[in-house]
Design a binder for this molecule. Structure first.
Ligand code: PNW
Length: 487
């Protein structure tokens, strides 16, 4: 049987961890409250309001800066084991530098963490989720090799403050979004297209920043506090559109540029960037008239530092892409031109509100098996998985998607994938970057027009609660009404 239609009951183990996630810029609001510094997302969306689909930026958003008590109440209603949220670097270090600590900003996280612990909900803290302090961007941001040290010093301050209370740490969220979308296109902040040299330089610096923070935790905190440190990487699945040979080559390139570029330095036997990426970018750089490759080198010491620099892989998985060789000429240099493939998605796959998001649960299963075979059964926590819809509480499409992917996940675990936990993206509707609030990812709906940014449980919140309680996915289960309470 294929596992997707068979009737065998599969259960999540008792020690499996369930959680929900948000990120600072997307939910906090309070963009200039209590001496917070500006982040690149404040600048980006203030300078380019036309880039936001519905005009709603993160200045206020769900206003978790003031509504955090309600947020913890929602987590208690769901019955989750942990809450994944991120710390806004410019809120706690307004200039980005270690010498100016903003106690008022830190107080917000002190309160949130204490409230979580009061109810036995583990905080899982992301140190960086896209919101770089603007002052550091003015110095080149992640394209400046000094960014490695800036991040390390920031990490040390946060580790020191919370190591006794926080046992799950994620250094960096989605290097591909930070670097390829942020420094290789105008899609994400800082919106600088620097494919000439900035984007891959960013990949190197972000990975090294992660590895330095990991190393720091190992040396200064691990013995005493016994926490776990990982990195969250976008691990969507890439399949050939059909079995022809040219598609096999195309998919190999897609996997190398989208997955291997970030996973190989940490998990492969020899470390370093994938050979295929090295060959392609070196060759193209020469043809394009650069004297050095646009892909920077990693020194033997850097390779060593990166290898094995995680306690777990944070896997962000949303969807699957079908790959074939590109039929068009891309601008050169560009990331698209380097990879040289085109993406599509199954016509029969259910579409979400976001154009890039379609439901294909089998892809999660395949991605897990791929990680097992290529990287030797890594320890995984799914740190994001979710679905976008329009407003409304009866989110049947989110429920269907969630149940489908849980089926695939249980099957992958039956086949020895080492998944220790799952995180729903997102606890509540939030500011979906340039999509504003036009794409809703929340288990809870947020009324952005209301003064208190009222949150209401969607159907999916009740279904998730039931799955957490019973440890199994009952396709027939329905709540009597949409009321949710703390059990
Ligand atoms: C993630 N894709 O981004 C981010 O970590 C979140 O901040 C964001 O709100 C969430 O997913 C929803 O978009 C992604 O194209 C962006 O497959 C794009 C993709 C996946 C994740």
């Amino acid at each position: 049987s294929d596992g997707f239609t068979d009737t065998k009951k599969r259960k999540f183990p008792e020690n499996f961890l369930f959680g929900a996630a948000t990120s600072a810029y997307q939910v906090e609001g309070g963009w200039d409250a209590d001496d917070k510094g500006k982040s690149i997302w404040d600048t980006f969306l203030h300078d380019h309001p036309e880039k936001i689909v519905d005009g709603r930026n993160g200045d206020v958003g769900p206003d978790s800066y003031h509504n955090w008590r309600r947020d913890v109440e929602m987590l208690r209603e769901l019955g989750v084991d942990f809450y994944r949220f991120s710390i806004s670097w410019p809120r706690v270090l307004p200039t980005g530098f270690e010498n100016k600590i903003n106690e008022k900003g830190f107080k917000y996280y002190d309160d949130l963490i204490d409230e979580l612990l009061k109810y036995s909900i583990q905080p899982m803290v992301t140190l960086y989720h896209f919101d770089l302090p603007q002052e550091l961007q003015d110095l080149g941001g992640w394209t400046n090799p000094l960014s490695v040290t800036w991040f390390e010093e920031y990490a040390r301050i946060v580790f020191k403050r919370y190591a006794d209370k926080v046992k799950y740490w994620i250094t960096i969220n989605q290097p591909n979004t930070i670097c390829i979308d942020g420094y290789g296109s105008e899609a994400m902040a800082p919106g600088i297209n620097a494919m000439d040299s900035g984007a891959y330089e960013c990949v190197k610096n972000v990975l090294l920043a992660h590895a330095k923070a990991y190393d720091l935790y190992q040396k200064e905190f691990k013995k005493k506090f016994e926490g776990n440190v990982g990195i969250s990487i976008a691990v969507n699945w890439y399949d050939p559109i059909n079995n022809s040979t040219e598609n096999a080559e195309a998919v190999e390139k897609a996997r190398a540029f989208q997955l291997g570029l970030y996973l190989d330095p940490i998990y492969s036997k020899d470390g370093d960037f994938p050979v295929l990426v090295r060959q392609i970018v070196d060759k193209k750089s020469k043809e394009q008239g650069y004297s050095a490759s646009r892909l920077p080198k990693l020194s033997p010491q850097e390779i060593k530092l990166l290898k094995g620099s995680v306690d777990f892989l944070g896997m962000n998985h949303y969807t699957t892409f079908l790959v074939k060789p590109s039929q068009q000429e891309y601008q050169s240099p560009s990331f698209e031109d380097d990879v040289g493939v085109e993406y599509s998605q199954g016509e029969q796959w259910k579409p979400a509100k976001s154009v890039w998001l379609k439901s294909a649960p089998y892809g999660l299963y395949k991605a897990c098996i791929y990680l097992n075979l290529n990287y030797d059964y890594p320890n995984i926590i799914i740190t994001e998985h979710g679905w976008s819809s329009g407003p409304g509480l009866r989110d049947n499409s989110r429920v269907d998607n969630m149940r489908g992917y849980f089926g695939a996940l249980l099957l992958a675990m039956e086949d020895a994938t080492q998944v220790k936990g799952y995180t729903a993206w997102s606890l509540m509707d939030n500011v979906e970057w340039t999509a504003g609030t036009s794409e809703r990812f929340g288990l809870y709906e947020v009324d952005f027009e209301s003064e208190n940014k009222t949150r209401k449980a969607r159907l999916s919140a009740l279904v998730y609660k039931n799955i957490i309680e019973t440890r199994e996915v009952d396709l027939e289960w329905k709540p009597k009404n949409l009321k949710i309470h703390i059990s």
